[in-house]
Design a protein around this ligand. Structure first.
Ligand code: PRP
Ligand code: URA
Length: 209
């Protein structure tokens, strides 16, 4: 069974409350999402391996540590996942970015794929799939399955808000994929929107409604 890491640092909770408010406009929403993604990026990279190196400070030579060179990849689920990329990239600028385009069919509520472009060496990387919303889990599960079908084996999922239903679906489908999430909300409504949630993340991010 995968682990669910709830990253509920006070700064994240404060910023998420601002994002949830219906009067928060697209500009502020985008800024807050990137800020939260950066703070979450700090936690999701906490266990990256280090190696010893010898360096010279202005005072003396010493042994210290640097990242061991584990290659990372970010995989935003379009559209809303794009809103988390810059925040994480400000911490790990060498990460490569792949894109998976999925939308939830409004009738069936099933994910439909329309785009997929990954780094050529995606299979060698630790991939972090990002999407602010984990509702039914259909989109996240499909995106992760696409990556596995292409030979990727080291995958983590990062979301802002999840419904218990989506988390259970993710854990059932992909028990090897840990979830990093800022808040677990109460439930889904009849349209499979997260309650209380923040509404439609893609529309709020890009001002399309
Ligand atoms: C939203 C969200 C997730 C998905 C979550 O995207 O960004 O990708 O819904 O729902 P699920 O867990 O039930 O699959 P949406 O389909 O609205 O597409 P968009 O980002 O292009 O607006
Ligand atoms: N997608 C969203 O953007 N919001 C939800 O609450 C559910 C799916």
């Amino acid at each position: 069974m995968s682990t669910v890491h709830v990253i509920d640092h006070p700064l994240i909770q404060h910023k998420l409350s601002l994002m949830r408010q219906k009067d928060t406009g697209a500009k502020e929403f985008r800024e807050l999402l990137n800020e939260i993604a950066m703070l979450m990026g700090y936690e999701i990279t906490r266990d990256l391996p280090l190696k010893d190196v010898e360096i010279e400070t202005p005072i003396c030579k010493c042994h210290t540590k640097v990242l061991a060179g584990r290659k990372l990849g970010l995989v935003p689920i379009l559209r809303a996942g794009l809103g988390m990329v810059d925040g994480i990239m400000s911490l790990i600028p060498a990460a490569k970015v792949g894109h998976i385009g999925l939308y939830r069919d409004p009738q069936t509520l099933k994910p439909v794929e329309y785009y997929c472009k990954l780094p050529a060496d995606a299979q060698e990387r630790l991939l972090i799939v990002v999407d602010p919303m984990l509702a039914t889990g259909g989109s996240a599960n499909a995106a992760i399955q696409f990556l596995k079908d292409r030979g990727c084996t080291s995958i983590r999922m990062m979301c802002l808000i999840g419904a218990p239903e989506g988390i259970a679906a993710l854990q059932a489908a992909h028990p090897d994929v840990d979830l990093y999430i800022a808040a677990i909300d109460e439930k889904l409504n009849d349209h499979c929107y997260i309650v209380p949630g923040l509404g439609d993340a893609g529309d709020r991010l890009f001002g399309t409604k």
